[in-house]
Design a protein around this ligand. Structure first.
Ligand SMILES: NC(=O)c1ccc[n+]([C@@H]2O[C@H](COP(=O)([O-])OP(=O)(O)OC[C@H]3O[C@@H](n4cnc5c(N)ncnc54)[C@H](O)[C@@H]3O)[C@@H](O)[C@H]2O)c1
Length: 303
């Protein structure tokens, strides 16, 4: 007898699921039996309004394959968009089990050319676009827990190697994606008591966002495995969003091709205590000694 689908009975929201990684996640959840709320505002690569409705296309695709899905076209970085997204899950399916925060776009520029608008737009869509759906979903789950129906709720956030290591030309994006890691840690600590687990992924895949970055690996796969396909990232996202991942929270994972890596974050390295206030020169000498013993950080992408 084959195992039951991993997400049977669960209702899953995926933001920015009209294309790229979000679309792959939505299809993968549906294939594991989840009912999916497919959110996408349908914007261009830089966040400018687009003419099409990719969320509806993906919801249609899921239904055509025998699954269950509903489209939501709101902006997740607004209170109304985030609230109506959670409402759509509850009004359509009567429950919400998993939130995958994934939507976003880029406005890459070197720091000296980065306009205030480019900063605000990118920080808004990623950081506020994670916070608002999380906040509205968490309020629902807290109410459920208080009513004696503690859920096995899951949140999967989307950071990036740019947020973990930095990326040249992506000061706005790197800051927002690092912020998402901080938000993930706090949410995991605060929401555990309500039955909510919160983790983050740092994916890598070929989408319209990374076509140029991954141009070298875009050639057709020779051994039948397309390592940069977004579908390779989704299995981890589906597992983290299922009840099978019980006990896993506050973690960050890199996912690319067939590789999954647990990221080990900031922790104290070499340390010294002089027992009194240093002079600046003494602090400098002590710090240089510590640095000689410290691990060399991962290189900033593009440096
Ligand atoms: N592709 C990669 O290698 C990679 C690497 C690291 C992180 N990421 C992250 O993964 C996520 C998905 O990226 P992708 O590569 O699939 O990009 P993508 O451009 O293919 O998809 C992003 C989707 O988000 C939607 N969107 C943008 N703003 C929105 C808003 N305000 N409300 C609702 N939907 C909105 C867009 O319309 C688009 O369909 C992003 O958060 C991205 O930063 C991707």
């Amino acid at each position: 007898m084959s195992a039951p689908p991993l997400c049977e009975g669960r209702v899953v929201i995926v933001t920015g699921a009209g294309r790229g990684l979000g679309r792959a996640h939505a299809l993968a959840y549906a294939a594991e039996g989840a009912r999916v709320v497919v959110n996408d505002l349908g914007v261009g690569l830089d966040g400018t309004p687009g003419p099409d409705s990719p969320a509806r296309r993906v919801a249609d695709e899921i239904r055509a394959a025998g699954g269950d899905a509903v489209a939501h076209g709101g902006d997740i970085a607004t209170t109304e968009g985030a609230a109506s997204l959670v409402r759509t899950a509850l009004e359509t399916y009567g429950r919400l089990d998993t939130l995958v925060n994934n939507a976003g776009f880029l406005r890459d520029r070197m720091l000296v050319n980065l306009d205030e608008d480019d900063w605000d737009a990118v920080v808004r869509v990623h950081l506020k676009g994670h916070f608002l759906p999380l906040r509205h979903a968490a309020a629902h789950w807290r109410a459920e827990a208080k009513a004696g129906r503690t859920p096995a709720a899951r949140v999967v956030n989307t950071s990036s190697g740019a947020g973990l290591s930095g990326s040249v030309g992506q000061g706005n994006y790197s800051a927002a994606k690092a912020g998402i890691v901080g938000l993930t840690l706090v949410a995991a600590a605060e929401l555990g008591r309500y039955g909510v687990q919160v983790n983050a992924i740092a994916p890598a895949a070929r989408t319209r966002m990374t076509e140029e970055t991954f141009a070298r690996t875009m050639a057709a796969p020779t051994d039948g495995f397309d390592a940069m396909a977004p579908e390779n990232v989704s299995p981890l996202v589906v597992w983290l969003g299922s009840s099978a991942s019980a006990g896993v929270t506050g973690r960050v994972f890199e996912a690319e091709g067939g590789r999954i890596t647990v990221m080990e974050g900031w922790r104290p390295g070499p340390s010294t205590d002089g027992g009194a206030r240093w002079s600046p020169a003494e602090a400098g000498d002590a710090t240089r000694k510590l640095l000689a013993d410290a691990e060399v950080p991962r290189a900033v992408y593009g440096a």
